[in-house]
Design a protein. Structure first.
Length: 311
């Protein structure tokens, strides 16, 4: 059995990622001719075209697209192995790609990332904030933060802390429409939907052995909670939101909790990484730093929010 052409695969991935042989050569520190020769050699060994070349553009072929994910994983594993071997002997340096939910990133991540970069000034962190779920492997992301009830996944997951959520409304809305005392009372109210789910996915409440299910109905559904705060404050309806999004409005009294003795399924903050357990030292260091720091901040925030008033 012949050994894999690691150089050829690395050059193919670099061309696919950079969009040209010139960009790949710059990224790899090689000549353009050497990159082209390595990819051509790999294609000849495989008997397929990985790239389509023209005088103006280079595109990934159908066959190449089918192999690109595995090729990226192969190159990432080899890079991680090299950097892991060096990690204990050199200062942490190099890029890290981190994905996080938009609102959580804006409200929570700034301080710990700044502190980590102060400790390791040669590290470069590319933070991608989005409420869409990233494909960590396909997008070359080193670490991802996700708030969810985790489903089965090939990704490696570290559970950081529970994320408190509450049923919220403004005092003005409750004065006009009344305070729901039971989840089933919500069926007579304007429910504003939030989350990565279908609009009609039910809300499942429980209190001891008692359960209640409510189908959200209302004029708005969004995957970002920040837009909902002014709408709720203006008396637009009732919503379920994580406490870290609503913390300021709760503290000021602009919003209040309702149904405080009922619970929803518990969501947790998770740190995700691609399946390979072999990661560069800088990525391992940031992962450990975030798990420790965010666990303490989430726990403290949860205790603080429990002390706030409820309706």
């Amino acid at each position: 059995m012949s050994l894999p052409d690691y150089e050829g695969w690395a050059c193919f991935v670099a061309v696919a990622d950079g969009g040209s042989f010139t960009a790949a050569a710059t990224a790899l520190g090689m000549s353009k001719a050497s990159v082209s020769k390595a990819v051509t050699r790999l294609e000849a060994a495989l008997g397929i075209a990985l790239l389509y070349r023209s005088s103006r553009v280079v595109t990934v072929s159908t066959a190449g697209a089918g192999l690109l994910g595995e090729a990226q994983a192969m190159v990432a594993a080899a890079t991680a192995a090299t950097e892991a071997a060096r990690g204990d002997r050199v200062d942490l340096a190099g890029p890290i790609r981190l994905a996080a939910p938009m609102s959580f990133g804006i409200k929570v991540l700034g301080a710990p990332i700044a502190a980590f970069l102060d400790l390791h000034p040669a590290v470069e962190i590319d933070v991608m904030l989005s409420d869409a779920r990233h494909d960590l492997v396909a997008e070359g992301i080193d670490l991802g933060l996700r708030i969810a009830t985790m489903e089965d996944s090939s990704l490696l997951a570290r559970t950081i802390a529970p994320v408190a959520a509450s049923v919220l409304a403004s005092p003005a809305y409750l004065d006009r429409h009344g305070i729901p005392r039971h989840p089933l009372d919500l069926s007579g109210h304007r429910l504003i939907g939030y989350g990565h789910r279908e609009r009609t996915l039910p809300l499942r409440f429980h209190r001891g052995e008692e359960e209640a299910t409510v189908i959200p109905t209302g004029p708005l559904f969004t995957n970002n909670g920040d837009i909902m705060i002014p709408l709720l404050i203006a008396g637009g309806g009732i919503a379920v939101l994580p406490d870290f999004i609503a913390a300021d409005a709760l503290a000021s009294g602009a919003l209040v909790r309702i149904l405080p003795d009922w619970s929803l399924p518990q969501a947790y903050l998770h740190l995700l990484s691609p399946p390979s357990r072999l990661r560069p030292a800088r990525v391992r260091a940031l992962a450990d730093y975030l798990v420790d720091g965010l666990k303490r901040s989430c726990t403290g925030a949860h205790a603080q929010h429990l002390a706030l008033g409820t309706a």
